[in-house]
Design a protein around this ligand. Structure first.
Ligand SMILES: Cc1cc2nc3c(=O)[nH]c(=O)nc-3n(C[C@H](O)[C@H](O)[C@H](O)COP(=O)(O)OP(=O)(O)OC[C@H]3O[C@@H](n4cnc5c(N)ncnc54)[C@H](O)[C@@H]3O)c2cc1C
Length: 512
């Protein structure tokens, strides 16, 4: 018999405040795991406020999120007008005229017990000039407009391949909404006017809507976007501001009518005081300028964006203001913030949707009962903080290691202090070619290598164990690997063909 004094007191109702990408991702994932008869899930959103309306590029873990919630790839690609993303091209980031590619997937294959890149570094020291990117199947495929299938067999060159998507965020939220509603989530339209707190515990008791109704719950998920209405405003959890590390704080977003299926990647182009994104979808192009208001006026950013667009704008550029950073905790009392309400690290490496996915997964891992155990909440917060901090370091690297000495903004980025964790990582790489890895490092060695080398950080040394291979054998191995990758990329279908095989007829294809 269960003693009623010690039996866990289950959460019986969850209230999600906000219906952007974060709100609906949380709703679908929770409704997939928690049976509706055990716990009611209500989502409140306000059409008068709307969503932030950006967030169209992703990273590979989105595939597993879709899989977990039972959303098949063909259905997803059709519903969200998605295209494939094999990585990001960084144009003008190291200096004007220079470009490099950050591919998803790995470079080459490790051999002779040593990391692949260490052999490449040694070959370079012996006079080889083969670009590192020649050993990335993703990069080769991306620059030839190709798209392939994943293969987990480590003997296959395709085991080094990986991809994510570009998609229409509004269509994704719509699709998730219909999935969540089918699983019993109740959507309530309304403006949250007040957050009602318990006078003793400080926990949230309910959300007062503009129609006077009170929506009560046991657990509240704050998905109200940058405003952080519950966690930030009502519970007063402070914001940790990282503007001194990541100085961009404004964006202008504008879609154009251009279609480009030949470049299955995001492009990020550096400008005088920020950078421009270009995200190709099936039916339009997503564009925007991210910049620092301390170095550029809104008009300067607007003019630079409009002068560098492909295709006709479909709307006026929409201004967005933000501050980079995160909340000191994502979980306080009976409220967990997910999405922009928990923090925002600017869109440079498309990590925000991933952070939503991570927060939802961790909430399910550390799901509370009505006692809201402080140790559980503490561990959740520690892990989330780690995720943000590691991504922050990776983003800062892009800005810090630049040689654009002519631009005040870029000089500022190069000379500002950087986090110690990043400084150590750069110093170790510069000296030895080795990469320090840390807990919760979302970005693996291949990503760090792409950006370190791409931004011009070339190690002085390499792993001494690579010396056991004779230079002629090393040369032969590298040449063989490079040829194999080139051949594999050649044999892949184009993204156009791949989409057609999935039953998709993007606008350009349909028009012939
Ligand atoms: C310029 C820019 C570019 C970006 N690009 C990318 C990218 O390429 N990839 C990526 O992963 N991420 C990107 N992001 C981040 C991404 O847009 C967000 O992570 C994602 O859209 C989730 O937002 P959200 O759901 O947290 O907030 P929002 O979309 O802002 O949703 C907030 C919700 O809360 C509701 N709400 C707010 N207040 C109230 C209230 N008082 N009453 C009722 N409802 C309320 C709103 O109606 C809305 O439904 C970008 C962000 C910016 C600023």
């Amino acid at each position: 018999m269960v003693d009623s004094d010690t039996a866990p007191r289950h959460i019986r109702s969850i209230v999600i405040a906000g219906g952007g990408t974060a709100g609906w991702m949380a709703a679908v994932a929770l409704s997939r795991t928690i049976a509706p008869h055990r716990c009611a899930i209500t989502l409140i959103e306000s059409e008068t406020i709307g969503t932030i309306g950006v967030g169209e590029a992703t990273i590979p873990p989105i595939l597993s999120f879709n899989q977990i919630i039972g959303l098949g790839e063909a259905e997803f690609v059709q519903a969200t007008k998605a295209t494939f993303k094999l990585g990001i091209e960084f144009a003008g980031w190291r200096n004007r005229g220079h470009r490099y590619f950050h591919p998803f997937g790995r470079y080459g294959n490790d051999f002779a017990g040593t990391n692949f890149h260490q052999h490449w570094l040694r070959a370079q020291s012996l006079g080889d000039t083969t670009p590192f990117g020649d050993f990335s199947l993703n990069e080769k495929a991306a620059y030839s407009g190709k798209m392939g299938k994943l293969d987990s067999d480590p003997r296959s060159v395709f085991s080094t391949f990986s991809y994510a998507y570009h998609f229409d965020a509004a269509l994704y939220a719509q699709h998730l909404r219909s999935m969540a509603e089918q699983r019993g989530v109740v959507r309530r339209e309304g403006l949250i006017e007040d957050v009602v707190l318990n006078g003793e515990s400080g926990h949230i008791e309910g959300l007062r809507l503009d129609d006077g109704g009170l929506v009560e719950g046991d657990l509240f998920i704050d998905c109200t976007g940058l405003r952080s209405l519950l966690l930030g405003e009502a519970l007063g959890v402070p914001f940790v501001d990282w503007t001194h590390y990541l100085p961009c704080n404004r964006a202008l977003a504008v879609p154009t009518d251009s279609i480009d299926l030949d470049r299955p990647y995001t492009r990020s182009t550096a400008h005088e005081a920020g950078w421009q994104w270009r995200i190709p979808l099936q039916h339009r192009m997503g564009n925007g300028m991210v910049y620092s208001a301390a170095f550029w006026s809104d008009d300067q950013a607007h003019d630079a964006l409009m002068a560098n667009l492909e295709g006709k704008p479909l709307a006026d550029p929409r201004p967005i203001r933000f501050t980079t950073g995160r909340r000191a905790q994502s979980w306080a009392k009976n409220c967990v913030a997910i999405g922009l309400s928990a923090g925002f690290l600017e869109p440079l490496e498309s990590t925000s949707i991933h952070l939503i996915q991570i927060a939802v997964a961790k909430l399910l891992n550390w799901f509370p009962d009505l006692d809201f155990d402080p140790m559980t909440m503490g561990e959740f917060n520690r892990q989330i903080i780690n995720e943000y901090d590691r991504i922050r370091d990776f983003l800062v690297l892009h800005y810090h290691a630049n040689a654009r000495h002519d631009d005040a903004f870029w000089r500022h980025c190069a000379t500002q202090p950087i986090p110690d964790t990043l400084a150590e990582k750069i110093a170790m790489f510069r000296r030895t070619g080795r990469l320090l890895s840390r807990e919760s490092d979302l970005f693996q060695d291949a990503s760090w290598l792409a950006v370190m080398l791409g931004q011009g950080i070339m190690p002085h040394g390499h792993d001494p164990l690579t010396e056991s291979l004779r230079p002629t054998d090393l040369d032969k191995l590298l040449r063989g690997m490079r040829q194999l990758i080139a051949k594999a990329a050649d044999a892949m279908p184009t993204q156009r063909t791949h989409l057609a095989q999935m039953g998709q007829a993007p606008r350009q294809m349909a028009l012939g």
